[in-house]
Design a binder for this molecule. Structure first.
Ligand code: FAD
Ligand code: SIN
Length: 528
């Protein structure tokens, strides 16, 4: 919450404002810039985002004996009745084209004997995951895109600019208020605005996500009047490295794709007891099975065992995990890797149509922030980068079309917002942030029930009462407001869905209930 008067702030005009510099925002920028000036802002450095940390790869049908039908069916199966089938078909079929474009821009995916190398991940019935520098796929893609963007005269970038809120007038979006630590607040006027702000892993105590993932875009979209969808579906990755003092980095699912096994504290392999696909069962199944084993062995984690994979292959295929573990004196060719689940991916988000449009005019969303209908109730591994590429490209084309129809100057408006906010005094924001993350982890995590969800909702409501009416002057406070806000919406959506489906597990309603719940939960701000 913040006061502003656009007449008194520095102003920038652009045709297109893109908030977010991950794979989704950068891909969209390439297309949109064919018809106008594009400005990309990111709250950290341009290369700090979930894309940069992506490990396993991108799912795409490029092997001769793979088929679109197989990838489509795997995606639909994982989504448990809530995928939009036409979206699934279009994304899967457009995948190969988008990968060829990425390769054309200089992305080097790993090859064996000159051909693209494929691996397999949970829920995929065929090895169709391409990867870069072993387990550094995101870095390879992000760097190629950023290098290419630098050569585009129509695209400029501002890093370390925090988008505080969207500007709307007469029912359409006309840009955003941003903040920089030395320059303060600034207005960016744009004909078209795209949210590519990524996920919200940091509303949970345990997460694989980059620090930027605090759900800002979803909160901003809601305040601007856009519809949000499927917020109860938060995906937990089964195998996050669990070493006291270490950041929660991922131990990619591709390790299991290459043969690594899950064993419990007693050294017993357990996944065959839970699912016929064992270690390669869908993520929700593997995550919950790990939790069961942690409970039955009364231990904080389980282990990934890759000791039977030849050392040379391990080092070559997983250089990132190899070196992270080595820095904690774990030689993964000789020792097991301590892992447990953590929050990984926001399946729901800002509802968009097939062109990436939200229901607020001139406001678009793509990437993890958007809900396109591809993932349903559970995302198949490596389908996110694919979706970012396909929808980034689409939304970029939609915006280019809109610019072709509007060659006028970007409009500016005299907007003044005076909030009756109180300055925050004596609040320990770090403490509230940590309490929220712990609460979400404990009560709105892998296993949910009515009592815990109700308690969490009330607690968040209570904190919100004294946080939401405060005026903040830095991202730490604005992020906390966004996190509280989104946490409440996730919790209330989880409370409403009285069944178990995909990543949403209700111990008090353990069965899937198609009769009442084969439908989406949407939320939208009620405006007076
Ligand atoms: P991001 O790449 O997260 O970018 C978000 C951008 O928004 C950042 O630039 C950030 O600065 C900006 N931003 C956010 N809020 C603001 C604000 N208020 N103001 C200004 N800027 C803002 N998916 C796969 O398909 N395959 C994988 O192998 C894979 N591995 C993964 C491994 C890890 C560890 C993680 C965390 C995720 C992984 N995923 C994977 C998921 C995938 O990486 C992400 O879903 C995807 O990269 C999201 O891209 P994005 O462009 O939507 O967002
Ligand atoms: C992983 O490498 O395990 C993550 C893949 C994904 O989230 O799609």
């Amino acid at each position: 919450m913040t006061d502003f008067n656009t007449a008194q702030l520095p102003q920038i005009n652009t045709d297109v404002l893109i908030i977010g510099s991950g794979i989704a925002g950068l891909t969209a920028a390439l297309e949109a810039s064919r018809e106008g000036r594009v400005l990309i802002v990111s709250k950290d450095k341009l290369s700090e985002n979930n894309t940069m940390h992506a490990q396993g790869g991108i799912a795409v049908v490029l092997a001769h004996d793979d088929s679109f039908d197989s990838h489509i069916n795997d995606t639909l199966d994982a989504g448990q009745g809530l995928c939009e089938p036409t979206v699934v078909e279009e994304v899967v079929k457009e995948g190969p084209k988008r990968i060829k474009t990425l390769i054309g821009l200089g992305t080097c995916f790993d090859r064996e004997d000159g051909q693209l190398a494929f691996t397999v991940e949970g829920g995929h019935s065929y090895p169709r995951i391409i990867h870069g520098k072993g387990d550094s796929t995101g870095m390879v893609v992000e760097e190629a895109l950023l290098n290419f963007i630098k050569t585009c005269s129509n695209i400029s970038t501002l890093e370390h600019y925090f988008a505080v809120d969207l500007l709307t007038t007469d029912g359409h979006c006309c840009g955003a208020i941003v903040w920089h630590r030395h320059k303060g607040k600034m207005v960016i006027w744009a004909k078209e605005t795209l949210l590519a702000t990524g996920g919200c892993g940091h509303v949970y105590r345990e997460t694989t996500n980059s620090d930027v993932a605090t759900g800002d875009g979803v909160a901003m979209a809601y305040r601007a009047g856009a519809t949000l969808r499927d917020l109860e579906f938060v995906q937990f990755h089964p195998t996050t490295l669990y070493i006291a003092g270490a950041a929660r980095s991922l131990a990619t699912e591709a390790l299991r794709g290459e043969g690594a096994l899950l064993i419990n504290k007693e050294g017993k392999r357990f996944m065959p007891d839970y699912h016929p696909m064992a270690e390669l069962a869908p993520r929700d199944v593997v995550s919950r099975s790990i939790v069961r084993e942690m409970q039955s062995t009364e231990y904080t984690h389980v282990y990934l065992d890759a000791r039977h994979i030849p050392k040379k292959r391990l080092k070559m295929r997983f250089p990132k995990i190899w070196s992270i573990c080595a820095s904690f004196h774990i030689d993964i060719s000789k020792e097991t890797i301590p892992v447990r689940p953590s929050a990984h991916y926001m399946i729901g988000g800002v509802k968009v149509d097939k062109k990436g449009r939200t229901d607020v005019a001139c406001l678009y969303a793509c990437g993890e922030t958007a809900s396109t209908g591809l993932h349903g109730a559970n995302r198949l591994g490596s389908n996110s980068l694919l979706e970012c590429l396909v929808y980034g490209h689409r939304v970029g084309m939609t915006i280019a079309d809109a610019l072709r129809r509007n060659r006028n100057e970007t409009k500016t408006y005299p907007l003044k917002v005076m909030v009756k906010a109180r300055r925050q005094r004596g609040l320990n924001l770090g403490d509230i942030r940590y309490a929220l993350k712990s609460l979400m982890w404990r009560d709105v995590g892998l296993e949910r029930n009515e009592q815990h969800l109700k308690e969490a909702s009330e607690e968040i409501g209570h904190w919100s009462e004294y946080i939401m009416d405060k005026e903040f002057h830095s991202p730490y406070g604005w992020e906390l407001q966004n996190m509280l806000f989104l946490s409440r919406l996730i919790t209330d959506s989880a409370l409403e869905r009285k069944e178990t489906r995909g990543v949403h597990y209700r111990s008090d309603f353990p069965d899937r209930n198609d009769k009442d719940w084969k439908r989406h939960i949407t939320v939208r701000r009620v405006t007076s």
